[in-house]
Design a protein around this ligand. Structure first.
Ligand SMILES: [Zn+2]
Length: 463
């Protein structure tokens, strides 16, 4: 009886989605995947040939303080990694691992899931002459340097929310093949916006095209087309920005979801209303929005990536946000922190991103720690802030079945800190070991690059 009433109610409202309770989720298409089929470790879930993945052998992190990111209290334990996965978490005294395992003593140290940064632009350069800053080669080199800063800060995944050209996609592939050290890259491709919208402000058209980071779209069909272009290039998610009409953002969100991708939106005020109505998955930045919109975000399960730290830097270095048509509304450091409090009060899921443009990545890991401290200032406990940086971020990435917590079967993206970051966030700068996809990429806080190994035998033929 109850079931029937609910069904009639749903029908009378047109569909469940229009009631704002359920919405089409990007991963819906995964129901068609055969669970036995091996797929890529990204939201695209592209089928790949079966076979072992990750480096050969076993790595043991012996006798550490385990912060697993699930909300459980810290406990003593030993973590066993086989190839690219966490195989077991053993009690502290256990020693049942293969004899040839590589054992790293982490006693007194804290073992936690690798941190995730939800908001970066890998190809966007530090100050240099303009011609160099818009070349693909300079963008790639800058991005390569950023990858180093991220991984040496214990950040094992980054979400690239717009970069030029195919730079983020190539870096993603090279990191995945362990050919360069760095975090996993989840890339949006180009930023899709309207003429004169964010990403084009104060820049002549020809420069927007030359820079290549922004895709200007016009009309619902073109917004759909712009989404398809990013998918074609290999996007793991779609990034949209104001301004847009309600029809345009709806078309883009629908297209992305049909392609199995989540959507994040950089917008303010009534543009956020339109994105939320359209069923976007995440809203970036702490920009102004109404209390009603915040409540709707919570109700529809739409997450926030507040990114307070870049705005703190802007306010500290420039005194405010000037000469912009998409950030023109009054806001301040205090208002941004208050926005984070309001999101928390309403029960909106909040993730951690830093948006380190220019040369700000050189302030890592301090800037990332500062972002987490804002969460604590807004009411999160220190362990809750760390879980936001790991588990919640993995959920927002659409990767929580594989990343974000230390549990057997999950991918081995692990950070070892010579301290207690669950008590004192400043300890996060005491990075000791970082493991990504089962590869030990950082030791004693520094990238390790093993000597190359020839991949195939070759001898010169007799002359
Ligand atoms: Zn950004």
């Amino acid at each position: 009886m109850k079931k029937r009433t609910a069904w009639i109610l749903a029908m009378s409202f047109g569909c469940v989605a229009s009631m704002g309770i359920a919405q089409h989720k990007a991963q819906d298409r995964r129901q068609y995947l055969d669970p036995q089929t091996q797929v890529t470790d990204d939201p695209r879930r592209v089928p790949v040939k079966p076979g072992p993945r990750g480096p050969e052998g076993t790595v043991v992190l012996r006798g550490g303080r385990i912060f697993d990111g699930t909300g459980a209290p810290v406990r003593e334990g030993t973590l066993v990694i086989e190839r690219n996965k966490i195989s077991r978490i053993l009690p502290p005294q256990a020693t049942d691992w293969p004899k040839d395992a590589r054992v790293i003593d982490v006693s007194g140290k804290t073992v936690l899931p690798g941190l995730i940064d939800l908001h970066t632009h890998l190809s966007r350069g530090e100050d240099q002459d303009f011609a160099a800053s818009i070349s693909d080669s300079a963008s790639t080199l800058i991005a390569l340097e950023k990858l180093r800063y991220f991984i040496e800060s214990g950040i094992t995944s980054v979400r690239d929310v717009a970069s030029r050209s195919d730079v983020p996609f190539r870096l993603k592939a090279w990191v995945a093949q362990n050919r360069i050290p760095g975090p996993r890259v989840f890339a949006a491709g180009q930023f899709i916006t309207g003429e004169g919208g964010h990403g084009t402000e104060g820049v002549p058209d020809e420069l927007v095209r030359m820079d290549g980071e922004t895709r200007v779209a016009s009309g619902p069909d073109d917004w759909r087309q712009a989404v398809r272009e990013q998918f074609h290039n290999g996007a793991d998610l779609i990034k949209l920005g104001s301004h847009f009409t309600a029809e345009e953002v709806q078309a883009a969100v629908d297209e992305a979801h049909e392609l199995g991708l989540k959507v994040t939106v950089d917008a303010e005020t009534f543009y956020i209303d339109r994105a939320v109505e359209a069923g976007a998955d995440t809203i970036e930045h702490p920009l102004p929005r109404s209390e009603q919109t915040i409540r709707l975000m919570a109700k529809k399960g739409i997450a926030a990536d507040p990114t307070l730290v870049p705005y703190m830097i802007i306010f500290d270095t420039s005194g405010g946000y000037f000469d912009t048509t998409s950030r023109r509304f009054t806001f301040s450091k205090e208002a941004n922190l208050e926005m984070l409090r309001r999101l928390k009060r309403a029960g909106v899921k909040c993730g951690v991103g830093t948006d380190l443009i220019g040369d700000w990545y050189r302030h890592l890991p301090t800037v990332y720690i500062t972002e987490l401290k804002q969460f604590v200032a807004a009411g999160w406990s220190v362990p809750e802030a760390l879980s936001a940086a790991t588990r919640t971020n993995a959920q927002i990435l659409d990767m929580d079945d594989r990343l974000g917590t230390l549990e057997s079967g999950k991918l081995a993206d692990i950070l070892v800190i010579a301290g207690q970051p669950d008590i004192d966030l400043d300890d996060l700068d005491k990075v000791d070991v970082v493991i990504r996809d089962g590869n030990v990429v950082v030791e004693h806080g520094q990238i390790v690059i093993p000597r190359h190994v020839p991949v195939r035998e070759w001898k010169p033929a007799a002359m």
